[in-house]
Design a protein around this ligand. Structure first.
Ligand code: ATP
Ligand code: MG
Length: 703
């Protein structure tokens, strides 16, 4: 019988993995080696060739987008096979609990609480606790659930607060009595349900004869334990992953799950895939070289039979506008749908959005709200709006109690309507002033402080250099800055960064009412144009590095390769965190099929101030022979003394190298107390050396 093309096109190892029967199977392989392809093909094979019912197959992926793509792919191989259950862990948990959650007091119609709902519930339970503390409690509850810990377990490593177990317990009791579940419960309760109910567990084990898990390196303990409950000795279990791509450890992912898989599931067969089908030679060489700097890897070799292709291009640019312009120039060929611009923090998207719009290059922002629809940005703009138009009730409602000033719904009604039932004034600032003395207590104080703030801001406005400076004052004085600083700390978000970006955007406008009106109008127009684009498919993808998991593009830009930005937070020198950032770099590089651009700015404007930036340490780890360099890196020694010692080879020094000939030093950096120089040779090569260890090979020439 002739085999279908989707089977014959596989390489031997892939095929082994697809047709493997019975015992647990672990596929451990680098990026682009066809792991996901093996998962989809295996589903098709089991249905088509071995007669498994799609109904008996469960496949778990990491994002909803990945799940949708997997269904499509399976359907294209064997129509009907996409009837397999292909879901994320969370959506599988929701499915399970809706049908079987009765023993836990869950109705099939239960509501899933998101972070805000969780916070709301905590607030009604512990009214007296400040919001920041409530956020911390919410975060820790979620962590406990990721680790499968109940309120009665030892929670000391999660929170040192002796009251935390009590908060957690009360929260759980209330949530159960309401009959709803939070996000973490979808996994946590699913596992609990199966552990406590052998009958339900048996039924599910009967049904799912085949279980497949993609991106297994990023599963957390709760997910692992749920998996254990689902697997019986007869289950055909297959997990695929890449330890080098584990990028969610900060959220509780445990790489132990993959490293310890063979111990947990005895008899496991391990298959490694080594041929990379995604990227051309130079790109793959760069990726492999970079990730080799990590320790404690399982270590894998990837090769490709594809041509060398284009060398990745590393471009040093002056600032983020130039960076975005650089990307826009590459995109002038109109090939947008196969291009992606990657960044480390969401705030970086703003300049790209702005410049791409300038050149009419269509784009799509993946996984995040458009910059101007983010909560913190909207809050700041609401202050500006209200200052320019005191009749703007929407803005007024937004700012009156943000950050919290103790002005609740009742007081707000009083302010808006006075004692009667009609709107007192079109001018809400006047209404606010008239309510003084009528609104009492905490709310009264809140009203007074808001009036003060507004007055002060109006005085300050004409005194500022530009609108950015003014906005910066406003964000600070209003308390928004502190509010979001706290939130960032607790939730690991980047809201303050976004505020800084907004300030930067406003620096182009004068600090007066005209400038303000112009700035707000621009933003409203921008939003409208964003919405119009929804139907067009030829669009560049703007996406954070984390969100690119499993995706691929012909052309990839990795932006912001500067210390402190990527790797993020250069103050820390925690090697483990650096390694996680390096894995993120590896993930990013390996998204590219044919073209890769890396960009690094000499200066970056943050919070309205331009700061000198130094190149990311990861750039020192690139294999020079596989990279083309454009522009000059900032010379760290110049003027700053950043090296901590005198360089014998300052930039501009001409040298002779035995193997490479003559060249010029273009850059000095310090690495572990040693001077590292980058040299551009006349042959066009660029190499880095440690002069200390290069001995006689390296000779200084007179200039
Ligand atoms: N045997 C093959 N022949 C041709 N193309 C293949 C083969 N195996 C995989 N590919 C292609 O290579 C690309 C990468 O495959 P896939 O996405 O499955 O890799 P992966 O290991 O899951 O990568 P990642 O680690 O990034 O998730 C895809 O475009 C896929 O279709
Ligand atoms: Mg994959």
């Amino acid at each position: 019988m002739r085999e279908p093309e989707w089977l014959t096109s596989l390489n031997d190892e892939q095929k082994k993995a697809v047709i493997h029967e019975k015992e647990p199977l672990l596929i451990l392989a680098g990026a682009g080696s066809g792991k996901t392809r093996v998962v989809t093909t295996r589903i098709a094979y089991l249905v088509e060739k071995l007669g498994f019912s799609p109904w008996s197959i469960l496949a778990v992926t990491f994002t909803n987008k990945a799940a949708a793509e997997m269904r499509e792919r399976v359907e294209s191989l064997v129509p009907g096979a996409e009837g397999a259950m292909i879901r994320t862990f969370h959506s599988f948990g929701a499915w399970l609990l809706r049908r079987n959650g009765a023993p836990l007091g869950l109705k099939s119609s239960f509501t899933i609480y998101d972070d805000d709902d969780t916070l709301g519930l905590l607030k009604t339970l512990f009214e007296d606790l400040p919001r920041n503390e409530l956020r911390l409690i919410a975060k820790n509850i979620s962590r406990a659930k990721d680790e499968c810990l109940s309120p009665d377990d030892d929670l000391g490593h999660i929170s040192a607060d002796l009251d935390f177990p009590r908060y957690y317990k009360e929260y759980e009791e209330r949530l159960r009595s309401i009959g709803n579940a939070d996000f973490g419960d979808l996994i946590y309760l699913s596992r609990l349900l199966l552990a406590e109910n052998p009958e339900i567990r048996g039924r599910l084990q009967q049904r799912f004869r085949v279980i497949l898990v993609d991106e297994y390196q990023d599963s957390n303990r709760a997910q692992f334990q749920l998996l254990q409950q689902l697997v019986s000795p007869g289950t055909w279990l297959c997990v695929v992953g890449d330890d080098d791509q584990s990028i969610y450890r900060f959220r509780g992912a445990e790489v132990e799950n993959i490293l310890g898989f063979q111990d947990q599931f005895p008899g496991t067969k391990v298959i490694k895939l080594e041929e990379n089908y995604r990227s051309t030679g130079h790109i793959l060489a760069v990726a492999s070289h970079v990730v080799a700097h990590n320790e404690g890897r399982l270590g894998k070799n990837l090769w490709t039979r594809q041509e060398e292709g284009l060398k990745p291009c590393l471009a040093y640019l002056d600032n983020q506008n130039e960076e975005a312009e650089f990307c826009a120039r590459q995109l002038a060929d109109g090939n947008w749908s196969n291009s992606a611009i990657l960044y480390r923090t969401n705030a970086q998207s703003r300049v790209f959005e702005q410049i791409l719009r300038k050149y009419n290059i269509n784009y799509r922002l993946v996984g995040t709200l458009s910059f101007y629809s983010r909560e913190e940005v909207k809050d700041s703009l609401a202050y500006l709006s209200f200052l320019s138009n005191p009749a703007d009730e929407v803005a007024f409602r937004r700012i009156i109690n943000k950050p919290s000033r103790g002005i609740g719904a009742v007081s707000l009604r009083k302010i808006l309507k006075g004692e009667g039932d009609f709107l007192l004034s079109q001018n809400l600032e006047e209404a606010l002033k008239e309510s003084v003395g009528k609104v009492k207590g905490k709310a009264g104080k809140g009203v007074a402080s808001l009036i003060d703030l507004l007055d002060k801001m109006k005085e300050l406005m004409p005194l500022q250099e530009n609108l950015g400076q003014f906005l910066k004052e406003l964000i600070h004085e209003s308390g928004l800055l502190d509010h979001y600083k706290q939130q960032d700390k607790v939730e690991n978000t980047q809201r303050v960064k976004n505020l800084e970006e907004l300030v930067t955007a406003a620096t182009d406008y004068p600090s007066n009412s005209e400038g303000l009106a112009e700035f707000l109008e621009l933003i409203e127009l921008d939003q409208a144009s964003l919405e119009e684009e929804e139907t067009d498919t030829n669009r560049v993808t703007l996406i954070t590095m984390h969100n690119t998991k499993g995706l691929e593009f012909d052309r990839v830009f990795i932006s912001g390769l500067e210390e402190g930005l990527f790797p993020r937070g250069a103050e820390y020198d925690d090697e483990q965190e650096i390694e996680e950032e390096r894995r993120l770099f590896y993930v990013s590089i390996t998204r590219a099929r044919k073209e890769l651009f890396l960009t690094s700015c000499r200066r970056r404007m943050l919070y309205g101030r331009t700061e000198q930036a130094s190149p990311s340490r990861f750039l020192n780890e690139l294999p020079d022979e596989h990279v083309d360099i454009q522009g000059a890196a900032p010379s760290l020694s110049a003027g700053h003394g950043n090296l901590g010692f005198e360089s014998e080879y300052p930039p501009g020094t001409r040298i002779y190298h035995e193997d490479y000939g003559t060249g010029e030093v273009i850059r000095n950096v310090q690495n572990g107390g040693h001077l590292v120089i980058q040299v551009a040779f006349e042959t066009g090569h660029s190499m880095t050396f440690l002069p200390e260890f290069s001995g006689y090979q390296l000779e200084k020439l007179g200039s």
